[in-house]
Design a protein around this ligand. Structure first.
Ligand SMILES: C[S@@+](CC[C@H](N)C(=O)[O-])C[C@H]1O[C@@H](n2cnc3c(N)ncnc32)[C@H](O)[C@@H]1O
Length: 250
């Protein structure tokens, strides 16, 4: 059996069959923040593509793939078995970091879940989190909530990137332990490192954030009461702050 990824192909040979796996740009971006040779857990693994990639392409010393649900975990176990990696990647059933023992891994990847859920998963397992050197997080929504939670909880963001997959832009944030000042609201929305680095897709990312807020204002403008509400003024202010951040000299 061979396992190959379309971007950076690599193979595991078992019975000389070929298994082609595709890791999209979103998961490639997540994987790129996992140091080579790490001990890593992929939380909410589903298909286990990231876990397999981390073992094969990032030379992970130890990979634990977890999922809360039986179906996705069965799919993960199947893919891992097909890749001939059942001895190398430990697939465990359980909620968040509960299946991980303190000190077992250095890096945790949590991708494809909402920002609030990611924060809740981390909050529930302080004993595991204390021993981690890095969190690689890819929220599907509520990224600003997650960033605020990280700063409130003794982490800070050391790197960020954007990836495009299926016509959508995804945010990836890398956090480490260490108390740093809370970034201003606009930076929590845009991403503090993204705003500084302005990587590819940044202007589209910023446009999408502004468009979401403008859509809400547009709907509220239909009612005089909504137009005079605190919420309306708050969103107007947020748009102004984001615009100033975007216009600020780097
Ligand atoms: C949309 S999939 C994302 C899969 C993969 N991480 C990715 O980014 O492509 C979300 C997965 O997270 C799992 N999940 C949801 N809540 C979870 C939790 N609290 N703990 C562990 N896994 C969870 C789901 O069962 C599902 O397999």
């Amino acid at each position: 059996m061979q396992v190959a990824f379309n971007r950076r192909p690599f193979c595991f040979c078992k019975k000389s069959m070929v298994m082609i796996l595709t890791l999209d740009n979103r998961l490639l971006a997540v994987a790129s923040f996992v140091p080579l040779g790490a001990r890593v857990a992929d939380i909410g693994t589903d298909h286990a593509y990231l876990a397999i990639y981390l073992y094969g392409e990032r030379g992970a010393k130890k990979v634990i793939a977890t999922d809360k649900n039986e179906g996705p975990l069965a799919a993960a176990r199947h893919t891992i078995k097909e890749a001939g990696l059942s001895e190398k990647i430990d697939a465990r059933l359980g909620d968040g970091l509960i299946p991980i023992e303190a000190g077992e891994v250095d890096i945790v990847c949590i991708s494809g879940m909402g920002g609030e859920l990611i924060a809740a998963i981390l909050e529930r397992s302080p004993d595991v989190c204390v021993g981690l050197s890095r969190l690689v997080l890819q929220p599907m929504s509520d990224a600003s909530y997650l960033r605020r939670w990280l700063y409130d909880s003794g982490y800070h963001i050391v790197d960020e990137s954007l990836a495009e997959a299926d016509g959508r832009i995804y945010e990836i944030a890398v956090a480490e332990h260490g108390i740093e000042p809370m970034p201003e609201n606009a930076l929590l929305e845009l991403g503090p490192v993204l705003c500084k680095k302005r990587p590819q897709f940044f202007s589209r990312h910023a446009d999408e954030i502004l468009a979401r807020k403008k859509r809400i204002l547009f709907e509220m403008e239909k009612s005089e009461r909504a137009r005079e509400s605190h919420k309306y003024k708050k969103i107007q202010k947020e748009i102004g702050e984001i615009m100033s951040c975007l216009n600020a000299k780097l």
